[in-house]
Design a protein around this ligand. Structure first.
Ligand SMILES: [Zn+2]
Length: 320
């Protein structure tokens, strides 16, 4: 395999570091020995990543691939699914909610996504300046249909390891996490990352979802797992002592919600709420604020802690 890009994370689990302009790259995992391989996540679309996969697969020692898991429908994880299913013939494995979401995103042109994003940001009162173009998922068409749709609690053997499926939520609709209690490993995709953790955004296409509620539920499920698991994430390094990171992420979200409750007065737009909660955001974070702030307001509306006042082209919030 391409030695500089491959790190051995366990005897039969390798991490292939794939390029991505942000986040210092994205991880694809290669499970199992030659002859019994499975791949988890595939990297960004485009020739640079495809060329890396081409070199991996052209190594005769690599052997056939028996399964291809796409943990979730974000572009940096599913960008090479089409290429890899064609090259390897491996069955594609996803969750139904992630595939449904992706099928919808792939069917939208960039102009249609842009129109949805514009309407969403306008309703939130966000300025035109600093907005980012949405990701164009139509470049992935035609996206292959999964051969197997996993549900929470399913079991599946990949790379010779028996896994239990844990469907997450919050960062995306219902991403696949794979748990091996025997091996003390959780493949978490983007559901658990270092730093402040994964972004938990509302999607412009589904403005009324409560992803932060879903994410807190997922973190609660992690509390119930053994302390000595190693978490293998979709970005960055393996996470040991993962419960400390769970607690750090949870308290970060709780802290922002507390700030919001304390500082909110009168009737505010989403953009005004963002200013209360996110101090000096970077340019990249600023572009994400409409979606991250909506996750907070939708969560507090669901808990009846704030109320929403809706007109045809604006949303405003006040304390209940
Ligand atoms: Zn992601």
């Amino acid at each position: 395999m391409l030695e500089p890009l491959v790190e051995r994370w366990a005897e039969d689990i390798a991490c292939l570091r794939l390029p991505m302009p942000a986040f210092g790259g994205v991880n694809a995992l290669i499970l199992g020995p030659p002859g019994n391989r499975a791949i988890v996540d595939t990297g960004m679309p485009g020739a640079e990543t495809a060329t890396i996969w081409q070199s991996v697969l052209s190594d005769t020692a690599f052997g056939p691939v028996n399964g291809l898991v796409a943990t979730h429908a974000h572009i940096d994880h599913i960008g090479q699914v089409g290429f890899l299913t064609r090259q390897t013939g491996a069955p594609l494995i996803m969750s139904k909610a992630e595939h449904d979401n992706l099928a919808h995103l792939v069917s939208l042109s960039l102009e249609e996504r842009q129109a949805l994003a514009t309407a969403f940001q306008d309703r939130g009162g966000f300025p035109l300046e600093g907005r980012a173009l949405p990701t164009d998922y139509s470049v992935l068409a035609p996206f292959p249909r999964p051969a197997r749709l996993l549900e929470d609690g399913n079991t599946i053997t990949l790379g010779g390891i028996a896994w239990t499926v844990l469907l997450g939520g919050g960062h995306s609709r219902a991403p696949i996490c794979l748990l091996s209690l025997e091996r003390k490993i959780l493949l978490a995709g983007d559901q658990l990352l270092m730093g402040s953790g994964p972004q938990v955004p509302v999607q412009a296409e589904r403005p009324d979802d409560n992803p932060l509620g879903d994410y807190f539920s997922f973190l609660d499920r992690l509390d119930g797992l053994p302390d000595d698991l190693t978490v293998l994430p979709g970005h960055g390094e393996p996470i040991r002592d993962f419960k400390r990171q769970v607690e750090r992420i949870r308290s970060g979200h709780r802290q922002r919600l507390k700030l919001l409750r304390e500082r909110m007065s009168g009737t505010l737009t989403s953009a005004e709420i963002a200013d209360l909660v996110f101090a000096n955001p970077s340019r990249r974070l600023r572009a994400r604020l409409p979606y991250l702030t909506a996750a907070m307001t939708n969560y507090l509306v669901a808990k009846s802690e704030i109320q929403v006042c809706r007109t045809s082209h604006s949303l405003r919030f006040s304390r209940t």
